[in-house]
Design a protein around this ligand. Structure first.
Ligand SMILES: [Zn+2]
Ligand SMILES: [Zn+2]
Ligand SMILES: [Zn+2]
Length: 140
């Protein structure tokens, strides 16, 4: 995590080990699979950490806006996955097992130019995910 991101989460002082955001960060960064806010809540309860569900939601929003995690929406379920890559990247997500791979190339400058031309917007940002079947789940 870079210094700027770190400071917008914890402020300038080193966080205490029991800091709620630090606990949530640790859970997410060590989990192989994406976690829902409820699953995070249960993990933390098991570890005898008292953090309200509302604080978890707020924290996840913050992490998402900083690009530390990304949100996977699947119908009514929402899960969050920790991002290994710090720079701009995309994700490909398996629709069956939920496994996520991060993709470090992005090649849509032509596309965003077209969007700017046709809408008159100044496009500064974009995010989207690819969905499909991973090697293990690919239908035969
Ligand atoms: Zn990512
Ligand atoms: Zn899969
Ligand atoms: Zn991109």
């Amino acid at each position: 995590m870079n210094k700027r991101v770190f400071e917008s989460i914890f402020g300038e002082k080193k966080p205490r080990i029991s800091h709620p955001r630090l606990l949530i960060f640790q859970e997410l960064s060590t989990s192989e699979s994406p976690l829902s806010p409820q699953e995070l809540y249960r993990c933390l309860i098991k570890k005898k950490r008292k953090i309200g569900l509302t604080s978890i939601y707020r924290c996840l929003d913050l992490f998402e806006s900083l690009g530390l995690v990304f949100k996977i929406v699947n119908g009514s379920s929402v899960k969050y996955k920790f991002c290994e890559m710090e720079n701009h990247h995309h994700h490909v997500i398996c629709k069956v097992c939920g496994k996520v791979v991060e993709i470090d190339f992005c090649n849509i400058s032509d596309w965003s130019e077209k969007v700017m031309e046709s809408t008159g917007y100044q496009v500064t940002d974009h995010q989207f995910n690819f969905y499909g079947y991973c090697k293990d789940c690919k239908p035969l």
